[in-house]
Design a binder for this molecule. Structure first.
Ligand code: ATP
Length: 373
C-alpha cells in the first residue's frame, strides 16, 4: 500500500485532479495495486478562511506520504505570489525536489502549431528546480553607497552574500544574483544522464548560455562533462537561444535536454505549445531519494474554472509520471497508452483543442480505453 497526498488546489485544479484520480483507480484495479489517498485543502479558499497558506503540521503529514499529486495553485482573489511561493515553492524546497521533469510529446491526433504532417516530437526536459536565478537573491538600491545582506538557505547548504553597491550618476539600480553550486549541477546531471542511459537515449543536450554567463554555466558544463564520462552517454552543449530556434525549426532533433532553472521554465512552455497546449503537458518535481510531487504544467486557469471545460490530460499524464516514479512502470505505460488511444481517435477534444468534450467526458474516455486493453 502506497500513500498519496492529494492537493487539488485552486481553479481548475480540483476538476482535473478528479479525473486523474479516476484514472488511477482504474489502473490500480487493472494492475492490482493499492493506494491510500489523503486530500489536503491547501489553496486560496483555505488561505482566505484561515489566513494560513501552508501549516508546518501539514508539511509533517505530507512527509509521511510516498508521493504527492497536485492540481494548481493561484487565485485572482489572492495577491500573486502568496500561494505560489507560500505553498508550491515551499513544498518544492522543503522536499528538495531538485528535478523538474517535463516530457514534451506530441500525440497522434493532437493539432500542433508547427507546419508539416506527422511530426515526431518526443523530448524529455530535465530542468534544475532549486537554483539559478530563482534563488530569490536580489535588491533595489538608490544612488550612493548601500549594503545588502542576502542569504540563501537550502537543505544541503547555506550561503551569505554581503553586497556593497556604490551607485553614481543613476538614481536607482536593481540586481539579482544567480547561483549554481557544483553539487547542485552534479546531481541534476547525474539524474539526466542516468535517465538517458535507462531509456537508451544516446545524446544529452546540455542547455546554457555559457558564452555570456560564464561563471554559473562554467560549473554547469563541467558537471555535464563529468556525468557524460561517468555514464558513457554522449553530450552536446547548446546555447538556450539556439535551442529555442531548433525547437521550432527541427524539434525532432532533441531527445533529452538538461537545463538550468530559468531557461528550462521558458523552453518547457514552448514545449507545451508544441505538444498541443498547456492542457496536455505533465510534470514532476522529483527528489529521487525522497518525496516527489506531480502536477500538470498549467496553472489554475480561473477563466475556465468550474465550467467543465478544462483539459484533464496534463493531470492524467502527471499521474502516469507518478506511477513510473513509484516503480509501477506497467501502470504508467497503461495510462499513457490510454491517453494516446483517446487522442488518436480524434473523437475526444476539449475546447482548448478545438472540440466540445467536457473534462469529465475526457476522463471517461481515458478510463474506458484503460479498462479495455
Ligand atoms: P500560472 O501563472 O498559475 O502558472 P498561467 O498564467 O500560466 O498560470 P494558466 O492558468 O496555466 O496560466 O493558463 C493560461 C490559460 O491557458 C488559461 O487561462 C486557460 O485559458 C488555458 N489553459 C490552461 N490550462 C488549461 C487546461 N487544462 N485546459 C484548458 N485550457 C487551459
Amino acid at each position: 500500500m502506497q500513500k498519496i497526498g492529494v492537493i487539488p488546489g485552486d481553479g481548475i485544479g480540483p476538476e482535473v485532479i478528479k479525473e486523474a484520480r479516476r484514472v488511477l483507480d482504474a489502473v490500480a484495479e487493472k494492475r492490482n495495486l493499492s493506494f491510500e489517498y489523503e486530500e489536503f485543502p491547501i489553496g486560496a479558499n483555505h488561505y482566505l478562511d484561515t489566513g494560513e497558506v501552508l501549516a508546518d503540521e501539514t508539511i509533517q503529514r505530507l512527509s509521511r506520504k510516498d508521493s504527492i499529486l497536485l492540481g494548481a495553485m493561484g487565485d485572482p482573489r489572492v495577491k500573486p505570489g502568496i500561494l505560489e511561493k507560500g505553498a508550491l515553492l515551499r513544498l518544492r524546497f522543503h522536499f528538495d525536489q531538485y528535478i523538474n521533469l517535463r516530457p514534451v510529446k506530441l500525440y497522434e491526433g493532437v493539432p500542433c502549431p508547427l507546419a508539416g504532417e506527422g511530426r515526431r516530437i518526443d523530448m524529455m526536459f530535465v530542468r534544475e528546480n532549486t537554483e539559478d536565478f530563482y534563488v530569490g537573491l536580489g535588491s533595489r538600491v538608490k544612488k550612493g553607497l548601500s549594503m545588502s545582506s542576502l542569504s540563501l538557505i537550502r537543505k544541503t547548504y547555506e550561503a551569505k552574500f554581503d553586497v556593497g553597491v556604490d551607485l553614481t550618476d543613476e538614481d536607482e539600480l536593481a540586481f539579482q544574483i544567480g547561483v549554481i553550486t557544483k553539487h547542485g549541477a552534479k546531481r541534476v546531471m547525474d539524474y539526466a544522464f542516468q535517465l538517458a542511459k535507462k531509456n537508451g537515449i544516446d545524446l544529452v543536450t546540455a542547455v546554457d548560455k555559457a558564452n555570456v554567463l560564464t561563471e554559473m554555466y562554467g560549473i554547469w558544463r563541467e558537471a555535464a562533462e563529468e556525468a557524460s564520462t561517468k555514464y558513457g552517454v554522449a553530450k552536446e552543449f547548446q546555447y538556450v537561444d539556439a535551442v529555442a530556434l531548433h525547437m521550432v525549426r527541427n524539434p525532432e532533433r532533441f531527445k533529452l535536454l538538461v537545463t538550468p532553472n530559468l531557461f528550462g521554465d521558458i523552453l518547457t512552455d514552448l514545449g507545451a505549445a508544441l505538444q498541443g497546449g498547456l492542457g496536455l503537458a505533465p510534470s514532476g518535481n522529483i527528489n529521487p531519494a525522497g518525496i516527489s510531487m506531480f502536477e500538470p504544467v498549467h496553472g489554475s486557469a480561473p477563466d475556465i474554472a468550474g465550467r467543465g471545460m478544462a483539459n484533464p490530460v496534463g493531470a492524467v499524464l502527471s499521474a502516469s509520471l507518478m506511477m513510473e516514479t513509484l516503480g509501477h512502470e506497467e501502470a504508467a505505460a497503461d495510462i499513457e497508452r490510454a491517453v494516446k488511444d483517446t487522442l488518436k481517435s480524434g473523437r475526444f477534444r476539449t475546447p482548448d483543442m478545438g472540440g466540445k468534450t467536457s473534462t469529465h467526458a475526457m476522463g471517461d474516455a481515458i478510463v474506458e480505453k484503460l479498462k479495455r486493453k
